[in-house]
Structures are given as structure tokens and as C-alpha cells.
Design a protein around this ligand. Structure first.
Ligand code: ATP
Ligand code: MG
Ligand code: MG
Length: 602
């Protein structure tokens, strides 16, 4: 377990826990709203965070950072992290996304349960929430603001509102509707709710300060008219709360203590505080309200994390789907062979800061390699096969058809922890014909070349030492077979193994038991480290060589893989049996996860 590095969020939480910031808050039962049911009486000394995605797409590696952060803080401080769907926008939200998000969070190793009731023998409590369940409360909160003279219905056009909002260094201009009485506003707002106004004909605005240096405080819109069917509430509403109004209320109703979001919401914090303070004063919420803290979002080189642009890659068929192994979505990373442990390690290692920066992709890749190093069983695969014929096989072993078992450890000694039982050895066959990598033979060897060339002696890893004698070629001069003599008595693991010195050891797969496999060699999806920075068109930076499919030969232990099982193909890197296609119709399908060494550069 890596040491948990402190950061500004941990410091805030530790201070709040030490001073009992939330210890006085009246917990349990929610604010008396029928829509909100919170199980149990949590220990007031605990923190509550939340992960609040909009169910309008698949989660990506940036969300993974936020998930690890929010769920990780709750776990580390004995609190709970709420899983909340921020589904206040009636359009674009779908059940498919809800399911995939829940699946992604669980796969990453987190859950939304608390054990607050454990001391009373109560079962764990689920904390899965939908913001749309709070529409009634949000509506009441809006009426409260109107009654208190803190909100008004504005019927300017969108364009008038935009112009009158002013700009940096230029104060806004009051709307002619700003001086309406609370009674007039309440009546008009109810007409909005009752469907008597057209979409876009009016909005409800908080009444704050049209001269504020923070444009977000210049009477922000908090409700709009939108006739759209909502996936949860159907056609019950034709007005919907704006995100900036809904989000603080969601946090407060769920009694979140630390509401953590990305930096672009920093300018929204004054409104977050303004709104919750007014609702506490009005008795609609209990004090102290949650506080918002901002951290820098994840920017990863060679990766795009805009949902809209990711959708474009899918819709324009630049990739095979949301779970294409080149996609930075969690389903894509998973299919590529990433592990939850590697992603958690990555989140821990990059930490949280308050200023934007770019993280090099090699950091993520390195975390994966680190995680797989001691876990992934070894195996031999030949990705670009050419046949090697051991021409003296029958002389040495009596017949051309003779085969012999070879054994090799599934994990190297260094990967076995103290007291851990090593996995069973791999067993594979050597015979007269074996497959080797085409580039492991050179008829005329370049300087320093140590593998197969006429006269050179190498070991077939885990098998025999052989001496190369030549090759056969087709009419175009392409090598069709490599020829060698097997040297008797040199088998790995036998007393004579070191009797003949080999210049190199090469990987191979026996023709007798090798299995044909489809291997998908993935590379980075973009050639530009910042494909969408500075107004660039990210589609221009698509890497035309991001996928190469080869027919390989793999040893039997690899062919027997379960879908999603990861391996180190010796000398080649890490590979995973494809979750979707491996095993279908008896096919063997692997994805390259990553190489053995960093190839991402700086
Ligand atoms: P959209 O712009 O489509 O709304 P989003 O990226 O804001 O997409 P949400 O579903 O609203 O997606 O995000 C859920 C949470 O994930 C938010 O709290 C958001 O701050 C966080 N998040 C999103 N992208 C990143 C990122 N790149 N790095 C860190 N956190 C992120
Ligand atoms: Mg969003
Ligand atoms: Mg966003």
C-alpha cells in the first residue's frame, strides 16, 4: 500500500473533523422532504462526499480521478460517498448510462454503502440518489426565494438578458422585471409551472447584484421552461432547475460535508454559498451547509476527455464503440486490460492540486505495468510467425513425430510473495517444427545480432539449444522456413542444460500444440499529445496506425485464457484476452495492453 500523501482536501477534512464543524448539525431524516429518505442516524463526526455524474454518457479516466478522490476520502476518513445521478436536465439522459456508471464505479472498487448503523447491528445503508427526486423541494426552495424577495420572473428575451448582464469591468443593467413584487412573481412563477408560458418565454432569476464583479452573481437564472419528458419524472414538470441552483440543494439535502468539484466551478462558489445560506436562514435547510472545494481536472496527454468529442469518435465510427480498447472511457480502459488497482494507484500518484497541468500518459501506463508485473502469468506467443524446422530431429529422437513436454514457471520467482504458493507450471510441447518470430532470423546478420543466423547457437527458451544451419526461400526471396539442428542433452532444467553455451534465448511456440490467435496491437489513438488544445481539430490528429491486427501462434496456456485474463507475452509486453470476443466460437483473441517498457516518451 502506497503512503497516502496529504493534500489540501485532506487538510480541510482533518481540520473539520478536529474542530467538529459538522458535529452540531442535526442528522438523519433529511429536511422533512418526502422525496428524501436517508437511512439511519450517521455518526455526526463522519464526512460525506459525493460523486455526481450526469447520466448523459460513459465515464472516462477524468471521472475515474474524481471517483477515486471522493470515494477514497470517504473510505480513508470512515465516512461515506454518495452515488448521485445529477439528472436534472430532462434531455440526453438515459438508463443505459445510469447502468454503465454504476458498473464503472463498482468495477473501480468502490461502493456507496455506509456502515454507520453497524454498532446497532443494522445492515449497511445504500446511498444511491437521483437529483430528480428533489424536484419538489427545489420548487419549494424557489417559491421561498420569491416570497423573501430574493428571486423574480424575468421575461426579457435571451438576447436582452445576455446584453444586460454586462461584462468584465462593465456592470449589468437591471431587468425591467426586477422590481416586480413577490406576489406578482409568485403568481407568474406558478403560471410557468402550470404550462401557461411557452418554452423560453421567461426564467426565474435569483435577485442578487447586477453590478457584482463576479458575473455569476448578476442575478443567475435558476429555473427555465422546458417541455421535455424526463426519464424519472415523465411529464410532471415543464420547468426545470438550472444546474447551479440544483447542485447546492442536492448536496445540502444529502447532508454532504465536502462538495468536491473541478476548478471551472470556482466562480460558482459564491452563488453556492449565497443560496444555501438563504435557505438555512429561511429554515428550509439545516446549518452548517456543505462547502464546495475545487481541484484541477485531469488532463492526460494523447487523451481526450470531452464527452461530446468521445461521442463524435463513436458516432463517426473512428472507433468500434464506447468500449473500444483505444478509448479513455472506463469501459475502454477495462477492455484494453487496465486493472482497477492500476487506476487507483494512478489517482493516488497524481494527487490533487489547485492548478491545471498535463499528466504524461506514461504515468498511467507505468501504474498498469507496475500492477501487472507480479500478477500477469507469463506465456510465449509468436506475433509474426515463421516456421523453424529442426532438421536432425528424427536422428536425435527416433522419429519426426516425437514430441516432448517442456515446463516453465507461470510467474518468475521475483513475483512470488513470501509464503505465497506459486501457480502451477506451464506445460507445452517441443517437436520437429516450431514457430519463431520472423525477425529472430537474419540470413546475413547485422553487426551485434545475436539471434538466429547460419552457424549461430541459441536457446529455444525452456527447450533445447539449437544451431542454425540456413533457411528456405520462395521465388521472391522471402524466408519460408528457418533450418537448425537440435543439440541433444541441452534441455532447460536438465543437468546438461549449460553444457553448450547459447548466444541468446528466443521465444517460440511448438507447431504440435500452438494455437492460432487474433492479436490486436493497439497504439495511441492520437499522434498529438494535446489533440484538442488551442482550437485544434482533434480528428486531424487521429493515428492511422492505432490498430494493427495480426494472426499469432500462442502456447496452450494462453489459448486456455478466460476472457479478461491478463498475461505477459514474453519479450512482447502485456496482453489481455478480449472481454467481448475471446472464446466466442472457439476463437482466441488478445488485445495488447502495453509494452514491457515505457514507449510514451516525454
Ligand atoms: P459534461 O460536460 O458532459 O457535463 P462532465 O465531464 O462535467 O461532463 P459529469 O458527469 O458532470 O461530467 O461529471 C461528474 C464528475 O466528474 C464531476 O464532479 C466532474 O467534476 C468530474 N470530472 C469530469 N471530468 C473530469 C476530469 N477530467 N478530471 C477530474 N474530474 C472530472
Ligand atoms: Mg457536467
Ligand atoms: Mg464538463
Amino acid at each position: 500500500e502506497e503512503h497516502k500523501v496529504s493534500n489540501f482536501l485532506r487538510q480541510v477534512i482533518e481540520k473539520d473533523l478536529a474542530t467538529g464543524t459538522y458535529a452540531q448539525r442535526q442528522w438523519g431524516g433529511g429536511p422533512g422532504d418526502a422525496a428524501f429518505h436517508d437511512a439511519g442516524q450517521p455518526d455526526p463526526a463522519k464526512i460525506r462526499t459525493r460523486f455526481p455524474p450526469e447520466p448523459n454518457g460513459y465515464l472516462h479516466v477524468g471521472h475515474a480521478k474524481s471517483i477515486c478522490l471522493n470515494f477514497g476520502l470517504a473510505r480513508d476518513y470512515g465516512g461515506v460517498c454518495h452515488m448521485r445521478f445529477d439528472d436534472t436536465n430532462p434531455e440526453k439522459e438515459e438508463k443505459e448510462y445510469v447502468d454503465s456508471i454504476l458498473d464503472a464505479v463498482q468495477w473501480l472498487g468502490f461502493n456507496w454503502q455506509s456502515n454507520f448503523g453497524a454498532q446497532d447491528g443494522r445492515p449497511p445503508e445504500s446511498h444511491l440518489y437521483y437529483a430528480s427526486n428533489y424536484f419538489d423541494f427545489m420548487y419549494r426552495a424557489a417559491e421561498h426565494l420569491i416570497t423573501a424577495g430574493l428571486a423574480y420572473v424575468d421575461e426579457q428575451t435571451a438576447e436582452e438578458m445576455r446584453v444586460n448582464r454586462g461584462d468584465f469591468g462593465k456592470p449589468g443593467v437591471d431587468s425591467p422585471f426586477r422590481s416586480r413584487s413577490p406576489e406578482e412573481n409568485l403568481a407568474r412563477f406558478r403560471e410557468m409551472r402550470d404550462g401557461q408560458l411557452a418554452d423560453g418565454a421567461a426564467v426565474l432569476r435569483a435577485k442578487i447584484d447586477m453590478a457584482s464583479p463576479n458575473i455569476n452573481m448578476r442575478d443567475p437564472a435558476i429555473y427555465r421552461i422546458r417541455r421535455a419528458t424526463h426519464h424519472n419524472t415523465g411529464d410532471a414538470w415543464c420547468i426545470y432547475p438550472m444546474y447551479t441552483f440544483a447542485h447546492p440543494i442536492e448536496d445540502a439535502l444529502e447532508q454532504i460535508t465536502h462538495s468536491i468539484c473541478t476548478l471551472e466551478f470556482e466562480d460558482q462558489r459564491p452563488f453556492y454559498d449565497w443560496l444555501l445560506e438563504r435557505l438555512c436562514e429561511g429554515g428550509l435547510l439545516k446549518a452548517p451547509p456543505p462547502r464546495q472545494y475545487e481541484f484541477a481536472r485531469l488532463n492526460l496527454t494523447y487523451v481526450i476527455t470531452s464527452k461530446r468529442k468521445l461521442a463524435q469518435l463513436v458516432n463517426e465510427k473512428k472507433v468500434s464503440g464506447w468500449d473500444d480498447p483505444r478509448m479513455p472511457t472506463i469501459v475502454g480502459l477495462r477492455r484494453r486490460g487496465y486493472t482497477p488497482e492500476a487506476i487507483q494507484l494512478f489517482a493516488e500518484r497524481i494527487g490533487v492540486t489547485k492548478s491545471d497541468s498535463w499528466i504524461d500518459y506514461s504515468t498511467l501506463d507505468g501504474c498498469l505495468r507496475e500492477d501487472l508485473e507480479n500478477k500477469a502469468h507469463r506465456g510465449m506467443a509468436v506475433l509474426d510467425p515463421v516456421k523453424l524446422v529442426l532438421t536432425n530431429w528424427a536422428e536425435v529422437f527416433g522419429s519426426d513425430g516425437y514430441t516432448e513436454d517442456c515446463t516453465q514457471p507461470a510467474l518468475p520467482h521475483s513475483a512470488i510473495a513470501e509464503g505465497q504458493t506459486p501457480p502451477p507450471d506451464r506445460v507445452f510441447k517441443i517437436g520437429k517444427d516450431v514457430w519463431i518470430e520472423r525477425d529472430d532470423f537474419e540470413e546475413v546478420p547485422p553487426k551485434g545480432y545475436k539471434r538466429l543466423f547460419p552457424g549461430n547457437v541459441v536457446r529455444l527458451k525452456g527447450g533445447y539449444v539449437i544451431e542454425c544451419t540456413g533457411c528456405a526461400k520462395d521465388a521472391d526471396g522471402k524466408v519460408t522456413e528457418v533450418h537448425a539442428k537440435v543439440i541433444a542433452g541441452t534441455k532447460s532444467g536438465t543437468p546438461g542444460a549449460d553444457s553448450v553455451k547459447a548466444k541468446a534465448a528466443i521465444t517460440w511456440v511448438g507447431a504440435a500444440d500452438g494455437v492460432s490467435a487474433e492479436v490486436r496491437l493497439y497504439d495511441r489513438l492520437f499522434t498529438d499529445p494535446q489533440p484538442d488544445a488551442g482550437g485544434k481539430n482533434f480528428l486531424d490528429a487521429l493515428n492511422p496506425d492505432s490498430l494493427k491486427v495480426v494472426t499469432a501462434v500462442v502456447e496452450p496456456s494462453l489459448a486456455a485464457a478466460k476472457p479478461d485474463q491478463k498475461f505477459q507475452f514474453e519479450r512482447h509486453g502485456y496482453f489481455v484476452a478480449d472481454r467481448a470476443d475471446h472464446g466466442v466460437g472457439g476463437k482466441v483473441v488478445f488485445n495488447r495492453v502495453t509494452g514491457l517498457k515505457d514507449s510514451w516518451g516525454k
